[in-house]
Design a binder for this molecule. Structure first.
Ligand code: ATP
Length: 246
């Protein structure tokens, strides 16, 4: 199989970012470096369809999550944030976002960045077959996973669409001709859910959150136990289990 990858200027990094943490930033930095991207655009999900409400957890208002992403990336000229999912109503489906970017740019000039554990659930997202033809895919390792084997992560219902290289680390969409690559990144075992759990317990989240937003996130008390939380219009209960994917 031909191993050359088309050069793409733009990375799209979707996520709930509830809140953004150093694991997100490092993953974005390493993918941008590995693929020589001109820009990495963070796309916060307004209404994540893959997260079910849970009484014990909080989904911070989308505008707040967006503002934290904006502040966290402010000193990196290669990073940007796009609020297009906040401007749409209804669940934030990635396929709609990729269609918007595919229409804005020349076709196949974007690479969608996704963690290996999210990629493994891609079959439960909206229009998964269409997704993989709308952009190239960079699939990153995430602890406890350390090695980049697409072969192991590929949802079985989508496997027929992609011709994998012999080493199982890259592939090509059979009809759309988009490529897919596994990218091994520095393992940082940080998650938003662990950060929220620490905040609920009144524990430190310093050096897990970017310095620039640490005080703001803590002082907002958005993730504090309900009794101590300032009432914030629009805050909703939140993400724990996966249902239909984004
Ligand atoms: P939660 O714990 O609430 O489920 P999360 O930490 O997984 O949140 P998301 O906003 O859901 O964060 O993740 C957005 C994207 O970033 C996903 O593709 C996910 O795989 C990736 N990602 C999140 N944390 C890391 C990390 N520590 N290392 C590498 N990739 C990560």
């Amino acid at each position: 199989m031909k191993r050359a990858f088309a050069s793409v200027p733009l990375g799209l990094f979707g996520g709930t970012f509830n809140p953004i943490h150093l694991g997100h930033l490092r993953a974005a930095e390493e993918v941008a470096e590995a693929l020589g991207l001109e820009r990495m655009v963070f796309v916060p999900s307004a209404q994540p369809p893959h997260k079910l409400p849970d009484r014990r957890d909080t989904l911070a208002p989308a505008r707040l999550r967006f503002a934290w992403v904006k502040a966290a990336i402010a000193n990196n000229p290669r990073f940007a944030v796009d609020g297009l999912e906040l401007e749409r109503t209804g669940p934030s489906y990635s396929v709609d976002t990729l269609r918007t970017f595919a229409a804005r740019l020349e076709p196949k000039r974007c690479v969608f960045v996704i963690g290996q554990e999210a990629f493994a659930e891609l079959a439960s997202w909206r229009e998964p077959a269409a997704l993989m033809g709308l952009a190239h895919f960079a699939v990153t390792t995430r602890p406890p996973c350390r090695e980049g084997f697409l072969k192991a992560w590929m949802p079985s219902t989508l496997a027929g669409q992609v011709e994998l290289a012999a080493d199982g680390r890259s592939g090509r969409h059979r009809s759309a001709k988009t490529w897919i690559r596994a990218i091994e990144i520095t393992p940082l075992e940080i998650s938003s859910s662990e950060i929220r759990a620490r905040l609920r317990a009144g524990r430190s989240v310093r050096y897990l959150l970017p310095d620039g937003i640490h005080d703001e996130v803590v002082q907002s008390r958005v993730y504090a136990p309900a009794a101590g939380r300032a009432r914030r219009p629009g805050a909703s209960r939140a993400p724990r289990t996966h249902k239909e994917g984004r």
